[in-house]
Design a protein around this ligand. Structure first.
Ligand SMILES: [Zn+2]
Ligand SMILES: [Zn+2]
Length: 289
């Protein structure tokens, strides 16, 4: 499941005409029934499983005072049947959704009306998220929304994103040869520390992970296929003896090319580059051209 590129829809929600918070009650943390009005039946059907809806609401509507706009949830439809509404009312069309991210409700996170404009999205149907700013690329809007949630959500949206395999290493030195990327490579994929290191890097890079040596960006180059992909390198050469990294500081995020270069002896020597010296080396080589 890809991450922010699936944020395709935006829908306004409200409770008691905007006086109360919607979908923050106990039991709505993981899943809830999202109501649509009968009028918006078709927009409900447009949203496919795997796609993400951004929910927003205008809360604390008091007479004479304009309510603020809050982005409150990222949700995705499940295949589960929702509970039928007991008493038919205007909003009795329902889908069961899974919560991917949910803001702390008392944090007014949204005030950038010039970047995302919600004024024409307030009618309860699911509309295309691209409508929030027609002058921006869809991916730019999606990333903006995703980063807001990464920063302020009480539910970690990255837990929903299935981490692709993280190619890391359980390297061992071969007799006199280069540190070989051996058959142990699968051992350390997706260990908790590798996962955490990636999450930290994603947050630090505003949703992107760049190679720490050469700044290569897999998402930029490969599009969605490259989203969330990076290799992990053990900073500490002691780890080559088989010791597992215990802290995220032991790991560096590098592209596949740089990773190989880190595991190749510097010509005519018995030593290897580390992340910093390889980075310097790349800059030096570039300056020669
Ligand atoms: Zn690189
Ligand atoms: Zn490595």
């Amino acid at each position: 499941m890809a991450g922010f590129t699936k944020i395709l829809w935006v829908k306004s929600i409200r409770r008691n005409g905007g006086r109360d918070w919607a979908y923050f009650e106990e039991g709505t943390e993981d899943k809830f029934d999202l109501n649509f009005s009968r009028k918006h039946d078709t927009s409900m059907e447009n949203v496919k499983p795997g796609e993400i809806i951004l929910l927003f609401q205008r809360v604390n509507k008091v007479k004479g005072v304009k309510a603020k706009t809050y982005l409150t949830h990222l949700v995705t439809p499940t295949k589960e049947a929702s509970r039928p509404v007991d008493v038919p009312h205007r909003f009795d069309r329902v889908i069961k959704v899974q919560v991917i991210a949910r803001m702390k409700k008392d944090v007014p996170i949204y005030s950038k009306a010039d970047i995302l404009n919600f004024t024409n999205s307030g009618f309860g149907g699911a509309i295309n998220v691209g409508n929030l700013n027609k002058r921006k690329d869809l991916s730019e809007i999606q990333l903006l929304i995703w980063n807001m949630f990464l920063e302020k959500s009480t539910v970690n949206p990255l837990a929903y994103v299935q981490m692709p395999e993280v190619f890391t290493e359980d390297f061992f030195a071969t007799e006199g040869g280069d540190k070989e990327i051996g058959p142990h490579i699968t051992k350390e994929r997706n260990t908790a520390v590798v996962r955490r290191a990636k999450e930290e890097a994603l947050i630090k890079g505003n949703g992107r992970i760049l190679c720490e040596c050469c700044d290569f960006d897999f998402f930029d180059f490969y599009g969605e296929h490259g989203f969330n992909f990076i290799e992990c390198h053990h900073n500490d050469p002691i780890a080559i003896g088989g010791e597992r990294p215990t802290s995220t500081a032991d790991l560096a995020m590098v592209c596949s090319n740089c990773h190989r270069m880190l595991h190749r002896k510097i010509s005519g020597t018995d030593i290897y580059f580390n992340v910093d010296t390889l980075r310097d080396h790349i800059i030096l080589e570039k300056s020669k051209k």
